[in-house]
Write a protein of this length. Structure first.
Ligand code: SF4
Length: 194
């Protein structure tokens, strides 16, 4: 029995205690358990990028880490699996969203992202949707990438600084040339296959 005085202080109080001055309600539930959601932005290649935007504040982060001592910035397969498993198991929600950023995450290659969706399928709980988003400078993507991203419903953020004149002023490759043409070619293709 829960007395009315307990009902004002205990989170276990029943909602049937109508005369209680403070009604405590059960939090959101999913599949009969308390709902748990979170969002993490993963950077599986750290600060490494294939281009060299003038304003980038992130490339210099490589100097803060252990890269120069020979450590790979890449999240290796064992760590990737652990991350995906833990991220899924820490949540209880109808949709789990993975976000992938860099540096430039597509430098990891298409096979790396195929492994990501394989591992997600391995740990996907019944009745739960798994979604992915990817932020990219777009310079490394090609037809195969686009087909893969479309097939697996990735939400793709393409970094574009507006018209060519503005974009190419800042978003340059290692040789100092603008990347607008490469990115726009890709965005047209991706829009068409959607
Ligand atoms: S694409 Fe992003 S990470 Fe790469 S140099 Fe430009 S701003 Fe930095």
């Amino acid at each position: 029995m829960v007395s009315s005085s307990n009902a004002t202080t205990s989170p276990m109080a029943s909602s049937s205690n109508a005369e209680s001055p403070m009604q405590l309600t059960q939090g959101p539930q999913f599949q009969g358990r308390p709902s748990k959601r979170m969002h993490v932005m993963a950077k599986p290649i750290g600060a490494v990028c294939n281009i060299d935007c003038n304003y980038c504040y992130y490339l210099s982060k490589q100097d803060l880490l252990e890269y120069k001592k020979g450590c790979s910035p890449e999240m290796d397969e064992a760590m990737l699996e652990q991350y995906i498993k833990n991220y899924i198991q820490a949540q209880n929600t109808p949709e789990i969203i993975f976000s992938w950023q860099g540096g430039e995450p597509t430098m990891l290659g298409l096979n790396y992202f195929k492994k990501i969706v394989e591992l997600q399928a391995k740990y996907q709980p019944p009745g739960v949707k798994i979604s992915n988003d990817l932020q990219t400078n777009g310079t490394l993507l090609d037809d195969k990438w686009c087909e893969f991203l479309a097939k697996h419903n990735f939400l793709v953020g393409l970094s574009i600084d507006g018209p060519q004149m503005l974009h190419d002023a800042y978003r340059t490759n290692r040789a100092g040339r603008g990347t607008h043409k490469q990115v726009m070619k890709l965005s047209n293709y991706y829009i068409n296959i959607k």
